[in-house]
Design a protein. Structure first.
Ligand code: MSP
Length: 634
C-alpha cells in the first residue's frame, strides 16, 4: 500500500492581496507534494483562506458588501493565483464553510465540557490590526510589538483556554520529538518561549465589538478568536474532506513562515492535545523573502512583489524555479528580479533548454526523429552519474533540501552538456552514424531523467519536454534509473521553438540600458564613494546570544547572533581581546549583507564591526538607549 502524506499551507488572510510570501509557501507545498507523488505516495495538499475577524468586517462594510460576499470575491483571488502558478491542491478550505464552523463549535464544546475553558474579566492592550491583546510589558514604546501600531486599553470579560495546564506536556513532547519543529534552531526558539510561564489564551471576542466570527456555542454574546478558529482547519479537512481520499490526522507537515511559529508550535499542539488529538508530526518554518535592501516587504513600503506580475513576465514555471532554487529552506533570502532573469537565462535556457534543442534537432535531422536502440555498457560515466543523481535527489527532497535537489539535477544536466560536447555527434554523424546515434540517445535519456526530477518544480514545462521526447504521462518509477534508455528507445521526438527563450529586458526611453561602469575611472575619481554605494551596506544591530572559541585558532571566536528576524553565525577575529562570555548578551553592529564565507571551515554569515586602537579592540555598539536587534544603522 502506498504511503499517505498530508501537508498543509497556512490559510491566508482574505484581506491581503496574494503576494510573494503566500506564493512561496504554496509553491513550496506544491513542489514537496509533487515530489512525494512522484515517489509513489498518496498525497493530500490542503490550502485555503482565513476569513473571520474585524479587518474583514471593516473592509466589507466600506465596500457595501456583506462579509461573506466580500470573502467570496477575495478568496477567489487566491484560487486564481494558484491556478496560474500551477498549484495542484486536493482541498481548498475556507474558514466560513459550514464543515469548518460546525467542527470549531464541536471542539469548543468538547474543551468546555472538560473544564479547559473559563470566563474572566481581563484588562489588556488591544491591537485592532493584530486582533489580539498584548500585556503592558509586551508593548514597545507604547505600540504593538509586531507592527508598531497603536493599541488601546480594553477591559472586558472573555473566555480563556487553559493553555498553561499543558505547558509541561508540550516541553516533554518536543524533547521526545526533536524533529517536530524544523529547522532545529526554530525548535530551540519554541523551547525558549516555553521556558517562560505560559499564560492562558483568550479565545473569544464580545460580539458587541466584533461580530464576524464563529459564535461561541454556549454563549451568543461572543465569537471565537480568529486564530483558534483558523488553526482547526487542518483537522476539519480530515473530518469533512472533499470527495476522494481523505487525509489522515495527524498531518505530516504544516508549512508555515517563521512569523507564525508560536501559534502553530505552541497553541495548536496544545489545543489538539486538550481535545484528545495527536499533535502534527512536523511543523516546518521557512524564512522570509526580503526586499533587496534586506527590508521586510510591506504594502506601506511599496516593495511587495506580486507573484502574478512575475509569472506573467517570466512564465509561471521559471518563477517557481527561482523561488525554489534561491531560498535555502529555513533561512531568509533577498528577492531579486535580476536573479529571476539570471536563473532563467543560465540554468533553464542555457543548460537545460539548449541541451534539449540540440538533441531533438539532430535526431530529427539525421534519424527521422527516432531515438535509436542502443546496447549500453555499465561503465559509462554519465550513466553512473545518473545512477547516483536520482537517489541523491530523492534523499535531498526527503530532507527538504529542495534547493540542493534542484542544483544536483542541474549538475547532471551540465555534465550531460559536457559529454555531448565531447562526443560531438554533429561531427561524427558524417563518419560514424552509429556513434552519433548512441551519443544522442544517451543525451536524450539524460534529459528525460533530469526532466522527471525537475517535474515537481516546473510541471508545465517539464510535461512539454517529455512530450517532445515522445513520452506522455510520467510513471511513478520514472525517477529511478532502471533500464537506462528503455523508455525512449524507438520513440519519436519532435523539435520545436526553444521552451525557455532567453529573457532580454526591454530597453525603454524611461529606463535606458545602464552604461557600463568604468571601474578604473571610478577609482581615479577621488577614492570617494557615493551615498548610493554606502547605502548598499546593510549595517544592523545584533545581540550576541552565544560565543565559543574556535579550536586550534589563536584569533577566532564563533558567535551566534540574534538579528531580530533571524539567527546567524559569525566568525570574528577577536579571540585575543575578548573571552567568549564577555560578548554574550552584548549588542554589536554587524554587516548583515556580506556574502557568507567559510573561515577555518566554519560558515560566517556577516561581519562584526570593531575599532582597533593600539593593543586593544572595542566593538561598535549603540551608545545609550535600549536598541533592539535587527535595527538598521544609517
Ligand atoms: N491567516 C494566518 C495563518 C493562519 S494558518 C491557520 C496568516 N495569514 S497570512 O496571509 O498573513 O499569510 C501568512 C503566510 O505568508 C505566512 O506563512 C507568512 O510567513 C508568509 N509570508 C508573508 N510574507 C512573507 C515573505 N515576505 N516571505 C515569505 N513568506 C512570508 O498568517
Amino acid at each position: 500500500m502506498s504511503k499517505n502524506f498530508y501537508l498543509t499551507t497556512p490559510l491566508y488572510y482574505v484581506n491581503d492581496e496574494p503576494h510573494i510570501g503566500h506564493a512561496y509557501t504554496t509553491v513550496l507545498a506544491d513542489v514537496i507534494a509533487r515530489y512525494h507523488r512522484l515517489f509513489g505516495e498518496t498525497v493530500h495538499l490542503l490550502t485555503g483562506t482565513d476569513e473571520h475577524g474585524q479587518k474583514v468586517a471593516d473592509a466589507s462594510a466600506k465596500l457595501g458588501r456583506t462579509p461573506l460576499e466580500h470573502c467570496d470575491i477575495t478568496s477567489q483571488r487566491f484560487v486564481n493565483v494558484w491556478e496560474k502558478l500551477g498549484v495542484e491542491y486536493n482541498d481548498f478550505i475556507r474558514t466560513t464553510e459550514p464543515r469548518h464552523t460546525t467542527l470549531v463549535a464541536e471542539i469548543l464544546t468538547r474543551l468546555n465540557d472538560k473544564g479547559d475553558i473559563y470566563k474572566q474579566e481581563y484588562e489588556g492592550w488591544y491591537s485592532v490590526f493584530e486582533e489580539r491583546f498584548f500585556t503592558e510589558k509586551d508593548l514597545v514604546d507604547g505600540m504593538d510589538p509586531i507592527g508598531g501600531r497603536p493599541v488601546e486599553k480594553i477591559k472586558e470579560t472573555n473566555y480563556f483556554f487553559k493553555m498553561s495546564n499543558y505547558q509541561e506536556w508540550l516541553i516533554d513532547h518536543y524533547e521526545n520529538h526533536p524533529d517536530a519543529v524544523l529547522p532545529g534552531f526554530r525548535l530551540n526558539e519554541v523551547l525558549g518561549f516555553l521556558r517562560q510561564p505560559l499564560g492562558d489564551l483568550c479565545i473569544s471576542r464580545p460580539k458587541s465589538r466584533l461580530s464576524w466570527g464563529i459564535p461561541i456555542p454556549w454563549d451568543e454574546d461572543y465569537v471565537t478568536y480568529v486564530w483558534f478558529d483558523a488553526l482547526l482547519n487542518y483537522y476539519t479537512a480530515t473530518v469533512h474532506p472533499p470527495e476522494g481520499i481523505a487525509p489522515k490526522w495527524p498531518a505530516d507537515f504544516h508549512l508555515i513562515g517563521k512569523d507564525i511559529l508560536t501559534t502553530h508550535a505552541v497553541y495548536w499542539p496544545i489545543m489538539l492535545h486538550a481535545a484528545g488529538l495527536e499533535p502534527p508530526k512536523h511543523i516546518l518554518a521557512h524564512g522570509w523573502w526580503m526586499a533587496k535592501d534586506a527590508a521586510k516587504m510591506s504594502k506601506s513600503r511599496g516593495n511587495v512583489v506580486k507573484p502574478l506580475d512575475l509569472a506573467d513576465i517570466y512564465g509561471p514555471d521559471s518563477f517557481r524555479y527561482y523561488l525554489m532554487r534561491d531560498m535555502v529552506l529555513g533561512q531568509d533570502a533577498n528577492f531579486s528580479e535580476e536573479m529571476v532573469v539570471k536563473r532563467l537565462n543560465s540554468d533553464l535556457a542555457n543548460d537545460l533548454g539548449n541541451l534539449l534543442n540540440r538533441v531533438t534537432k539532430l535526431l530529427t535531422q539525421h534519424f527521422d526523429g527516432v531515438v535509436p536502440e542502443v546496447e549500453w555498457s555499465d561503465e559509462d560515466s554519465l550513466i553512473e552519474l545518473a545512477n547516483q543523481t536520482a537517489p541523491k535527489v530523492h534523499n535531498l527532497v526527503e530532507d527538504l533540501q529542495i534547493h540542493s535537489a534542484i542544483e544536483e539535477t542541474l549538475q547532471f544536466v551540465r555534465a550531460t552538456n559536457r559529454v555531448i560536447a565531447n562526443d560531438a555527434p554533429w561531427t561524427t554523424i558524417k563518419s560514424d552514424k552509429e556513434a552519433a546515434g548512441k551519443a544522442l540517445a544517451k543525451a536524450a535519456e539524460a534529459v528525460r531523467l533530469a526532466t522527471v526530477l525537475l517535474y515537481p518544480v516546473m510541471p508545465v514545462k517539464c510535461s512539454e519536454i517529455l512530450s517532445r521526447l515522445g513520452i506522455g504521462d510520467i510513471e511513478v518509477t520514472d525517477w529511478e534509473v532502471t533500464n537506462w534508455g528503455d523508455r525512449l528507445a524507438g520513440k519519436t521526438v519532435t523539435h520545436g521553438d526553444p521552451l525557455f527563450p532567453r529573457y532580454k529586458p526591454p530597453v525603454t526611453e524611461d529606463a535606458p540600458a545602464k552604461p557600463k561602469q568604468d571601474k578604473k575611472a571610478k577609482k581615479e575619481d577621488s577614492g570617494m564613494i557615493t551615498f548610493d554605494q554606502f547605502k548598499e551596506l546593510d549595517l544592523r544591530t545584533a545581540v550576541v546570544v552565544a560565543a565559543e572559541e574556535v579550536e586550534k585558532s589563536d584569533k577566532l571566536l564563533k558567535l551566534q547572533i540574534d538579528l531580530g528576524t533571524e539567527s546567524r553565525q559569525l566568525v570574528a577575529g577577536v579571540k585575543q581581546f575578548f573571552k567568549p562570555e564577555e560578548l554574550i548578551g552584548k549588542t554589536v553592529i554587524v554587516v548583515a549583507n556580506l556574502k557568507p564565507a567559510k573561515i577555518f571551515g566554519i560558515e560566517s554569515q556577516g561581519m562584526m564591526l570593531a575599532v582597533r586602537h593600539g593593543d586593544s579592540l572595542t566593538y561598535l555598539t549603540p551608545a545609550g538607549g535600549d536598541v533592539p536587534p535587527g535595527m538598521r544603522v544609517s
